[in-house]
Design a binder for this molecule. Structure first.
Ligand SMILES: [Zn+2]
Length: 209
């Protein structure tokens, strides 16, 4: 599809927020367990001083509708459980999403397990969608995210990932937990956590130029 570049800034995999979504390995949890995801293409309104989420639009490639970012947000309880993509409530099709690299690898490796149920899982997910988009509030009610908030959120997420990947995961796999993996894990999940928190901050309140 062709979008108005004068009016919108176009985000795809080359933009930092979506690129971060692809690279940060911890997002496998957000994506596969929570069903949090990011669209392949986003349009950001260049003009206006509305918070970022209100200026970010998610285009549906099937019907051309430009959905407000608030349609898929925590305040509408639609930010998660989007395992198959973003549901377009106009044409009932699915807006394609950008997969995280780690989730993609996990999905490929576990395909023999879930592949059999793929169609029935997708259909039952699809059947539940119209109900979720019936009573949307597209006015922003979520407060802006402060520096303290995003740092706390990022660090909490990083700590959770550190404990999961360094201790819980090796324990389940019956692998040895070494001092080396404990040390290497610190910078990785510190950076991963800050990246996550910072992306969420941009997402929540970036202002137009
Ligand atoms: Zn559509």
């Amino acid at each position: 599809m062709i979008y108005d570049k004068e009016k919108y800034k176009i985000w795809n995999w080359k933009s930092p927020v979506i690129l971060h979504w692809i690279i940060n390995p911890g997002l496998v949890i957000n994506e596969l367990i929570l069903g949090q995801t990011i669209p392949k293409v986003m349009l950001i309104e260049r003009e206006g001083d509305k918070p970022f989420i209100q200026r970010s639009l998610i285009p549906c490639p099937h019907c051309g509708e430009l959905h407000s970012g608030l349609k898929y947000s925590a305040q509408n309880k639609t930010a998660i459980k989007n395992w198959f993509g973003f549901y377009c409530d106009k044409c009932t099709k699915i807006i394609p999403v950008q997969r995280n690299l780690t989730s993609l690898l996990v999905l490929i490796m576990t395909f023999p397990i879930w592949g059999w149920f793929r169609n029935s899982l997708k259909q039952s997910w699809l059947d539940k969608q119209p109900e979720r988009y019936k009573n949307l509030n597209l006015e922003l009610v979520t407060p802006q995210m402060t520096t303290k908030n995003w740092l706390k959120m990022g660090l909490a997420w990083g700590l959770f990932m550190y404990l999961t990947m360094v201790f819980i995961f090796p324990f389940i796999m019956q692998e040895e937990i070494t001092q080396k993996s404990m040390l290497i894990g610190i910078p990785i999940w510190l950076i991963g956590g800050l990246g996550f928190g910072f992306t969420m901050k941009i997402w929540m309140n970036k202002k137009a130029r």
